[in-house]
Design a protein around this ligand. Structure first.
Ligand SMILES: [Zn+2]
Length: 169
């Protein structure tokens, strides 16, 4: 983990603070160790661009288990350093591939190059309730922080999701 971190001023602006709740989500997420490792690796390899991908796993009402992560092309090439947009074709291909398994798409991860692991108002505009959103902060090319969030339509905020990693995959 990098000790260096960056917090551009906009992260303290009212618009940014308004999308963050202090109230924890009811959901916890459990990453298989390989999935966490792969997600961080994808974020580091993509630096200084913003990468994105899908979380594949299963969930009960309160626990979301992430078995695997898949990078999906960020089709926002104009602002690849600070915006992401999932390639819809890749999304559909992964959805089709796992349709007959017990697994499903449970969330979307993306990186914040040289920014904190906190969601932005733009992230909220693109977020879907029912999905979880891990953000990997990559500073100077190294992972600084990983945090997971869940958007709630009723509060209009992201709520922090408790994150665990377990070793036996
Ligand atoms: Zn973001």
């Amino acid at each position: 983990m990098s000790n260096t971190s960056y917090e551009p001023e906009r992260f303290q602006s009212p618009a940014y603070l308004a999308v963050l709740s202090n109230q924890p989500s009811d959901i916890s997420c459990q990453f298989h160790a390989d999935a966490m490792h792969d997600m961080k690796n994808i974020a580091v390899l993509g630096y200084p661009n913003e990468i994105c991908g899908l979380l594949i796993g299963s969930h009960t009402e309160n626990i979301c288990v992430i078995h695997e992560v898949r990078q999906v092309k960020n089709i926002n090439t104009k602002r690849a350093s600070d915006r992401f947009q999932l390639d819809p074709n890749a999304y559909q291909a992964i959805d089709r591939e796992i349709r007959n398994s017990t697994l499903e798409i449970v969330g979307v991860f993306h990186s914040h190059p040289d920014c904190p692991a906190k969601p932005s108002p733009t992230d909220l505009n693109h977020a879907w309730e029912g999905f979880i959103y891990p953000i990997i902060s990559v500073c100077d090319g190294e992972v600084h922080d990983v945090r997971c969030w869940e958007p709630h339509d009723d509060s209009g905020c992201f709520h922090p999701v408790n994150m665990m990693v377990h070793i036996d995959a």
